[in-house]
Design a protein around this ligand. Structure first.
Ligand SMILES: [Zn+2]
Length: 197
């Protein structure tokens, strides 16, 4: 069996902890994360968001002379979860800020999402009934379902804005996606005021 840890960045001879964060953004020009639902009917969302904001997605690998994948051209990364909720993306946003010094987070909720088929208390009660389990404290209550699209998008943008893991200069957006027409509509926009140069 190979030593899988030979495939770590930290194990490479060129690795330098003091410069790695300057180097990583030169591998991939990543600047935006799109958070969206993993419903397969909504799988076009990252591409639509890239078109909307003039970003590159899916992009392509950059290959060196040894055939190694040393970079990528994508500027947009994706986080996919049930409902496309921001709470489940926070760790990814903080990690990508640390590695790439990113700029934008785009949350997208879509039409006829499964998360609109129940209420938060409905799923909590069902777990009590079906599994004898209490999940009421396990997850953020208002992120469990979508009761109102404008409210869920506003909630997610505000949740990102309030998180210490999301730098204050980030631009935050909440968009609605119609899975039948492919139309993307900007519902919430939170752009911090820039200091005059
Ligand atoms: Zn969905």
């Amino acid at each position: 069996m190979p030593n899988f840890n030979d495939f770590q960045f930290r194990k490479q001879p060129w690795y330098d902890a003091s410069t790695i964060r300057d180097l990583i953004p030169t591998f991939i020009p990543m600047k935006t994360i799109v958070v969206y639902c993993f419903d397969p009917r909504a799988s076009e969302i990252p591409k639509k968001v890239a078109e909307h904001f003039g970003e590159i997605y899916p992009g392509e690998n950059i290959i060196d002379e040894h055939g190694s994948r040393v970079g990528h051209t994508a500027t947009l990364f994706t986080v996919s979860n049930a409902g496309g909720r921001a709470v489940a993306a926070l760790q990814s946003v903080s990690t990508m800020e640390f590695l790439f010094r990113m700029q934008n987070v785009v949350v997208v909720h879509h039409s006829f999402c499964g998360a609109t088929a129940f209420t938060a208390d409905g799923i909590i009660d069902a777990f009590h009934h079906d599994h004898g389990a209490d999940i009421s404290k396990s997850y953020d209550h208002d992120s469990l379902c979508i009761e109102d699209y404008e409210k869920s998008l506003k909630y997610d943008v505000e949740l990102l804005r309030a998180s210490p893991g999301v730098p204050k200069h980030f631009n935050l957006y909440g968009l609605f996606y119609n899975i039948d027409t492919g139309e993307l509509t900007e519902v919430v926009r939170d752009i911090p005021a820039r200091k005059p140069a």
